[in-house]
Design a protein around this ligand. Structure first.
Ligand code: GNR
Ligand code: NI
Length: 168
């Protein structure tokens, strides 16, 4: 197992569109294990492969309090979204220290492959729905700050670049 490095906004690699996984093999399962470890150590409730500079359609999520309920989504597809738009204060491991309200549909139906390559479908609401949409955005090269005003985006960009300079 390995803890992988998480890309930080603004980094152009966060805006790459991820490619479908062609086969769920041992290489993919190893990557899933490393992504899970990286998410738990961070700690976060989700992680998309894009954030560790791997541009393949893989997501790990664990929204449990006890951190023992890993959910793996390979090649996730949005089948349906429904309900009133809901606002949730989101954060992102690639945008450390920034928490902002984002509006998204309250429920989504997602079809994906599990770590054994078997297809499954979930209908998610609440935090899982928020997290799935946040992670699927990463696979499309979208970071949640892109839903904010340009002024907020530019402030966040400056703040993180300054933090990065001070860390160096
Ligand atoms: O750990 C995370 N918390 C979180 C909180 C509200 C909405 C979305 C998230 S996902 C985030 C981890 C992350 O950056 N995933 O891409
Ligand atoms: Ni994120």
């Amino acid at each position: 197992m390995a803890v992988l490095k998480i890309l930080k906004y603004p980094d152009a690699r966060l805006h790459k569109v991820a490619a479908p996984v062609r086969e769920v093999d041992d290489r993919v399962r190893q990557l899933v294990r490393d992504m899970a470890e990286t998410m738990y150590v961070a700690p976060g409730i989700g992680l998309a492969a894009t954030q560790v500079d791997v541009h393949e359609r893989i997501i790990v999520i664990d929204i449990s309090e006890t951190k023992d309920a890993l959910q793996v989504f390979i090649n996730p597809e949005l089948v349906d979204s429904a309900g009133e738009p809901r606002v949730y204060e989101e954060g992102c491991l690639s945008v450390p220290g920034i928490y902002e309200e984002v509006e998204r549909p309250e429920s989504v139906t997602v079809r994906a492959l599990d770590a054994d390559g078997r297809p499954f479908t979930v209908q998610a609401e609440g935090l899982l729905a928020v997290c799935l949409q946040h992670e699927m955005d990463h696979l499309e090269g979208r970071v949640f700050v892109q839903y904010l005003s340009r002024l907020k985006q530019s402030r966040i960009r400056s703040k993180l670049l300054k933090a990065e300079r001070q860390a160096a």
